[in-house]
Design a protein around this ligand. Structure first.
Ligand SMILES: [Cu+2]
Length: 202
């Protein structure tokens, strides 16, 4: 039937464009899945309305549509970073197996990147690879040392939802903060492979 086949093909298109979505902090521009292969999801200019973000003890939340992926975060202190050359690793690349939401800690103050301080404008770029190439989304931030947890956001992982459903954002943020080391030592091979792909795009 015509209707059935249309629905079938639209389903295929949805799968083909499913990559990942940055949920927190708020991304620069509305996510365009087909543009995620490009620097900052195809948005070349820093947002004028930056999000206040913890200088230390922050977290990033993404939704993955792929099962099994590599993700990391790079940061730039340039006011309007326009190339990967402007970025430095903030969260080492690591692998995660589950689809759905993943929340992981980010301590920008601990990166040692010059210019990262209270009140600084920075851009973070999430680098994600679910098996169909590197994908990117950016968020433009103003760092705030008085923010130690973020109350208006949820930080939960897809695998956690079955066992704990009512974790508060602040409690979870401090928990993830304490387990930052867990996320920092992931496979060097994954790091190099993602970095290699990123370098080849320069
Ligand atoms: Cu994808």
């Amino acid at each position: 039937m015509r209707f059935t086949s249309l629905a079938f093909f639209s389903g295929l298109l949805t799968v083909a464009s499913a990559h990942f979505a940055l949920q927190y902090p708020e991304p620069r521009g509305i996510r365009v899945a087909d543009d995620e292969v490009n620097f900052c999801d195809g948005y070349p200019t820093a947002a004028s309305n930056r999000s206040q973000f913890p200088l230390s003890g922050g977290f990033v939340s993404i939704e993955s549509h792929h099962q099994g992926y590599t993700v990391g975060v790079i940061v730039s202190t340039a006011q309007n970073p326009s190339s990967f050359d402007n970025f430095t690793t903030a969260v080492d690349y690591f692998t995660y197996e589950q689809t759905g939401t993943l929340c992981f800690p980010i301590n920008l103050n601990a990166t040692g990147v010059s210019g990262i301080k209270d009140g600084a404008n920075v851009t973070i770029q999430i680098v994600y690879n679910g098996g169909d190439g590197n994908l990117y989304q950016c968020a433009d931030l103003t760092l705030n040392s008085t923010l130690t947890s973020v109350t208006n956001a949820t930080c939960a992982n897809a695998t956690d939802t079955a066992t704990s459903t009512s974790t508060s954002a602040s409690a979870t943020a401090s928990t993830t903060n304490n387990s930052a080391q867990t996320f920092s030592g992931f496979s060097l091979a994954a790091l190099l492979s993602v970095a290699g792909v990123a370098m080849s795009l320069l």
